[in-house]
Design a binder for this molecule. Structure first.
Ligand code: SF4
Length: 315
């Protein structure tokens, strides 16, 4: 098992984005979005999808020169870039040992797509799923039949011997199905899950978001299934007290950055006054400031148990 860093970082490829999903809810680039990179020419999203392959390769070389060998390629759909396979090949030629391509998953279902990605040097795909059923997933995705195409892509990736992680945002329409999502995808060969509560306010401004405390029971049930199956996970956006007995300390944010770390990476987290007496305070992500403004500190309970060590994840 390789830790989710040191040695691992993300590269924002600014790939073309065909999705209409809000940027901070999108599982392809949302979970690793942070304000540090706003000025970066490779920032995710449709507005910079024209960033050229030279810039992506330059970012890959920067990461490799910094000693990172496991690279997450996020930001739009890298696989829609005409030079995607060349970028994968070149990254491996220049020393990358692991390449995880983040994707909505549907592109993997095209004939030979997964096999070609694997041959070019990808080792993993990270596939987004919104929910455990076609009804829930397709509602959020805004496209009928999307759920089945993602599952087909996931199966194609496994058949091509790519490691598969599922990334699932915790959203109001689908969080109750989180345990079912884990149960359905584990038998398909999913190596681990990346779960995250997108930052932001509640439904008045973003109808897809729900209070963290409301989603905590579903999250904990999902984590219990993962723990029983001995599969790794990573969680972002959910404080340790709402993860119950399954909380783990998280690797620090800067480990994901190709650019030098900055204090701005954690500036959006806030803590309640009662957090000062919590034994998890040092290793806790706290609550996104917009959520804290919307919901206050609903459901937070200072902990008294010893923090559990960070989990190893990418195999
Ligand atoms: S009480 Fe505060 S510091 Fe403790 S786990 Fe909850 S949010 Fe984190």
């Amino acid at each position: 098992m390789t830790a989710f860093s040191p040695g691992r970082c993300r590269i924002n490829t600014a790939g073309p984005c065909p999705h209409s999903w809000p940027a901070l809810v999108c599982p392809v680039c949302g979970p690793l979005h942070d304000p540090v990179a706003e000025s970066n020419a490779l920032q995710p999203g449709r507005t910079v999808a024209q960033a050229d392959a030279v810039a992506v390769l330059r970012a890959i070389r920067t990461a490799l020169a910094a000693g990172h060998r496991q690279l997450d390629l996020v930001g739009g759909e890298l696989l829609l870039r005409p030079e995607a396979l060349d970028l994968l090949r070149q990254a491996r030629l220049e020393g990358a040992q692991g390449l995880a391509v983040w994707t909505s998953g549907t592109l993997l279902a095209r004939p030979e797509a997964a096999a070609r990605i694997r041959q070019a040097g990808a080792t993993h795909v990270v596939v987004g799923l919104f929910g455990d059923s076609a009804a829930g997933h397709d509602y959020v995705a805004g496209t009928e039949g999307h759920f089945q195409r993602v599952l087909a892509g996931l199966r194609a990736a496994r058949a091509a011997k790519l490691g598969v992680w599922v990334v699932a945002p915790l959203l109001r329409p689908t969080f109750r199905g989180l345990p079912g999502l884990v149960q359905k995808t584990l038998p398909a060969g999913v190596a681990g899950m990346y779960l995250w509560a997108p930052p932001g306010p509640d439904r008045l401004e973003q109808p897809l978001l729900a209070p963290l405390a409301m989603m905590a029971p579903g999250l904990q049930a999902a984590l219990k299934i993962l723990a029983t199956a001995q599969r790794p996970w990573r969680i972002d956006g959910m404080p340790a007290c709402l993860q119950g007995e399954w909380a783990r300390q998280q690797p620090a944010w800067p480990q994901f950055c190709a650019a030098p770390p900055s204090d701005a990476a954690v500036q959006n987290s806030e803590f309640a006054a009662t957090c000062s007496g919590c034994t998890w305070r040092e290793g806790c992500q706290g609550v996104d400031d917009q959520r804290a403004r919307s919901h206050g500190w609903l459901g937070l309970q200072p902990r008294t148990d010893a923090p559990t060590a960070a989990q190893q994840d990418l195999p």
